[in-house]
Design a protein. Sequence first.
Length: 110
Amino acid sequence: MPDRAIVITGATDGLGRALSGALAEQPATTGILHGRNQSRLKELATMLADAPASIHTVRADFAELAQVHRLADEITELTDHISVLVNSAGIGGGEPDGTDRRRARAALRG
């Protein structure tokens, strides 16, 4: 099986973190995990260090265009293709767990 490159933004929390754990268990996979918080990225990298996938963490704040450009450069240094992009970066709010149930239901309904 050819090497797959999977990028997960917002990989340090919530759904992104859960998906990062699942991705790490996939052999022949390069996982590129994005987050804003360097200490959380280091924690995630440590947690996934013994996984079958090749894991790389990259830090960037999407509110800063220069950091987005640097992130793109870092990704292209790691791989020549992206097989899957999971955009899990965002700002939570609402319920204590970060879920605004009314908005989530509306988004799912389309």
